[in-house]
Structures are given as structure tokens and as C-alpha cells.
Write a protein that binds this ligand. Sequence first.
Ligand code: PLP
Length: 294
Amino acid sequence: MSRIIYLNGELTASNAARIDVDDRGFLFGDGVYEAIRVIDGAFVEGPPHMERLALGMEGVELSADAASIVSELTDAAGRVLESNDLMSGDALVYMQVTRGAAPRTHQFPTGGVRPTTYVSATRFAPPSAMQERGASAITHPDLRWRRCDLKTVNLLPNVLAKQPPHAAGAAEALLVRDGVVTEGSHTNVFAVLRGVVRTHPCTNDILPGITRANVLRLARTEGLRVDERPILVAELMEADEVFITGTTTDVMPVTWIDGRPAGSGEPGPIARMLLEKYLTDISGSRSVVATIPV
Ligand SMILES: Cc1ncc(COP(=O)(O)O)c(C=O)c1O
């Protein structure tokens, strides 16, 4: 179904939009992106998402003027939401910036090539039923590069990791590097071990999830002990609880890993409590997307 998207300054029908075949996003995956939850026309945690996008652009040296691209995309998000009648209820905004279109060479193009800017928005259905019953996951080797802290559109290892759980009817791949569970294919991973909430520290091996940061803050506020330290796969299998976090997942209890029950095999009390606090928190932490031009 066609929807209205934003591409390089214009609103256009998604099935009529044209991207140059020389676009470096298409040829090299040379770009960064963000996915942001929207409730009633307002971003959930807008500033940290936009800050991560700007840091990503700087991290891959994509633009000398990340601030103006962030502002362009923020305005565009408001226009796209409005155009698709998504100003009320739950929606998801996707934004992407690539290094633009130029004859194919590995090195950066010269001569002021304009980055390609793209925004789309879709209706979002919160995953409440799965949060209620818990999700299954499968471990998978973490085959990604050493800058997983940057949210680039180079997602092939994530795509390859997500397919086996998808084919098996499971929800997520838990990525394992050197015996450590780094994160999920599109989520951060938490375990509760002897009452302590553990998650991988923010290093180059994981994406610094906005939801992860929020959940850690909420856990601390609730007086829980928190430890940002790598989780060994062996520890994951012995944990009292396992859960994953992300923009489209919120806090999702994981009750089944590699065909075995995780924790008690039911959503645990800490994951349930953090989910409830998180949902209350995001309904009060929204920021205005943009002033819609009249
Ligand atoms: C690899 C990876 N880790 C973690 C996350 C969760 O990040 P956030 O909570 O900011 O959505 C994502 C989100 O897409 C992701 O792609």
C-alpha cells in the first residue's frame, strides 16, 4: 500500500519515490538511521534518538552539518505523520541519511554531494500479547563489525541472525561473541542474576539503546541493583529472568531460549515491573515532533 514519505526535501508517494542507483546507501550501506516511537503525534524520547543520529553521522563522517540534517528530519517527521493521518495513536517513524549519490568509489565522494534524507511513518501495534506471555529467542553468533555502537544501515549480519528465530517462530536472536551475549538483532539483552539486573556495558560491541538507558534508570529508581557487565551465555541459561528492550519491543520478557525455559519459563516479576514502569514513563516523556506548517 502506498503511503506518503519524505525524500530529499519533498513529500511523495512511497511507490513513486525515486532513489538514484548511485546512492551510496544502496551500493555500500553507507548511511545511518533511527526508528522512533510516536504516541499521539509526539516523539517518545525524541532528543536522545536525534542525538544518537547526529553522533552516528559524526561517527561515519557522513556530514559536516549533522545539526541541520537532524533539524530537517525532525520537521519532515511531523509532515509525514500529518500526511499519513498518524497524529493520534501509536506510530513508528523511520529516518535515514546516506552519503548521497555519486559514481561508485569506495572513498568518500568529493564536490559537495548532498546526503540523501528519507523519512517514513507507519502505524504501530504495541506487542502487548507477547509481553504478557513472554517471547522465545535463539542464540546466534555475533558476526558484526567492531562499531556496533553506530546505528548504520549495514544490517546484513542482523538480518541473517534474525531469520533462524523467525523461521522457528521465535522472536529474537541473542548475539554471542566470545562466549558473551552482546545484544539482540534489534534489542538489548538483560538478565536478572541473583537479584542483580545485568546488561552489557555501552562499548563498541552494542548499540546504546535508548530503551536500555531508560530501563536502567527506572531499575535504579526502583532501588534494584544494576550491573553493566557482560553476561556469559552460561549465565544467561542460569538467570532468574531474561528480558530484551527496544523501541518496538519495550521491555519484553524472554521465557524460552534455544528450546529450553529461561528462568521459570514465565515472565518474571522484575521484567513485569520494569515493563509497567516503562509504559507509564513513555506515556509521560513525549516531546513535540515538529510545528506543522499551516
Ligand atoms: C542492534 C540493536 N540493539 C539495540 C536496539 C534497541 O535500541 P533502542 O532501544 O534505541 O530502540 C536496536 C534498535 O533497533 C538495535 O538495532
